[in-house]
Design a protein around this ligand. Structure first.
Ligand code: SF4
Ligand code: FES
Length: 375
């Protein structure tokens, strides 16, 4: 049992009949040299001075393992800003956690990539903004980003770590999708995530600038289907249709409080990366409570867990234990009601809220509002 569990005199263990999360995403820092206008970090970015210490992050991993978690993601912001990342990787490896580093790569050098491999990092995911420096650096708001990412991807493969290319696609780069897939093959990636921009946080502010046209989307589906067949055994694909064009919502986070824990740099424990937009929810911190206790008992996790909170039409829908009513954060951002059916479902009574943004698609693209980190 961890020190915090002892101090709080509550057990860190999870009772047997509860679902166990399989992954914890640790946002090590919100600091980042890039300024992507679709960043999923909150608008109010957390400051470096409030970040958990090395020992606190290690204790979080200990508690996650006690709960049965198998998988840890080191994320941010940019997680490589943390000088202790090697130590955290080593600790994850010691605990038997499968570790994934989600990075832009721009702060890395070859020696550090090698070090990550030696300390036991299992997997690296690098996001690409485009296949060209012109578009890639413009979207990232950082000169030289695209070239550096390609270099880091090669270093990752040179030391034998598996690589996922996270291809963030939208109106300004979908015409490069074929080249993006080929770039992933050339970089010897194991997997490509053709990740459409999700409209939360900074991306919600920029959604008119990013929303693709229906024609772009149809073409993208064709390209992915053809490439998936052609590259079977060479490159694995993840592809999700942009929410606003979907007929049914995605199963966000695999269901609220069912599979996933997100921990902010200062230790707030969240059911998803965007949960802090929801009003009236209190998020517990690893400073005060053990992770296992928070997962089982915190008001924030209990609030939308399962199906009892659901309104109609979800309540009597045969998909309610498939998509879990879609995304709570999206429902709130689009309707002002976090308990509403996700309007990206065609059965939602609020579906018309998508009419306005979709009507603006294909018109003049507004300038990006770039992510800004204040220090
Ligand atoms: Fe999912 Fe609710 Fe739509 Fe059914 S009505 S498909 S449960 S969002
Ligand atoms: Fe929060 Fe979907 S992003 S529930």
């Amino acid at each position: 049992m961890s020190e915090v569990a002892k101090q709080m005199a509550v057990p860190a263990e999870v009772t047997p009949n509860k679902v166990v999360p399989y992954a914890v995403l640790m946002e090590l820092s919100h600091r980042c040299p890039l300024q992507c206008p679709y960043c999923t970090n909150p608008i109010d970015l957390e400051r470096a001075s409030g970040e958990l210490t090395t020992e606190e992050w290690k204790r979080v991993m200990d508690e996650a393992v006690d709960m049965g978690v198998l998988h840890v993601h080191f994320s941010g912001g940019e997680p490589t800003v943390r000088k202790d990342l090697e130590e955290l990787i080593e600790h994850a490896a010691k605990l038997g956690l499968y570790s994934n580093l989600i990075t832009s790569g721009v702060l890395l050098n070859e020696a550090r990539v090698q070090c990550f491999a030696e300390f036991g990092l299992d997997h690296v995911q690098i996001s690409f903004q485009d296949t060209t420096s012109e578009v890639g650096d413009w979207v990232a708001g950082y000169d030289g980003a695209h070239e550096k990412k390609q270099q880091v991807a090669r270093w990752v493969r040179d030391v034998g770590m598996p690589l996922t290319v996270n291809a963030v696609m939208h109106r300004h780069n979908l015409h490069h999708l074929e080249e993006m897939i080929q770039m992933a093959v050339d970089l010897d990636a194991e997997r490509i995530e053709v990740a459409q921009v999700q409209y939360y946080a900074w991306a919600f502010r920029n959604r008119i600038a990013f929303l693709p046209t229906r024609e772009q989307l149809d073409k993208a589906v064709e390209i992915v289907e053809e490439a998936r067949k052609r590259l079977k055994g060479v490159l694995a694909f993840d592809f999700v249709v942009p929410d606003y064009y979907a007929q049914r919502p995605k199963s966000c986070m695999g269901g609220w409080g069912r599979q996933f824990i997100n921990i902010s740099p200062s230790g707030k424990v969240l059911p998803c990366h965007a949960a802090e937009v929801l009003p009236d929810l209190e998020f517990d911190s690893v400073h005060q409570k053990p992770l296992g206790w928070i997962w089982e008992n915190s008001e924030a996790f209990e609030h939308f867990r399962g199906t009892t909170w659901m309104p109609e039409p979800c309540q009597s829908c045969d998909r309610k234990e498939i998509d879990w009513g879609g995304c709570r954060c999206q429902a709130y951002m689009l309707t002002g009601n976090a308990a509403a059916t996700d309007p990206t479902c065609v059965l939602s009574p609020d579906r018309a809220v998508l009419d306005e943004p979709l009507a603006a698609v294909g018109g003049e693209s507004p300038d990006f509002i770039y992510r800004r980190y204040g220090g």
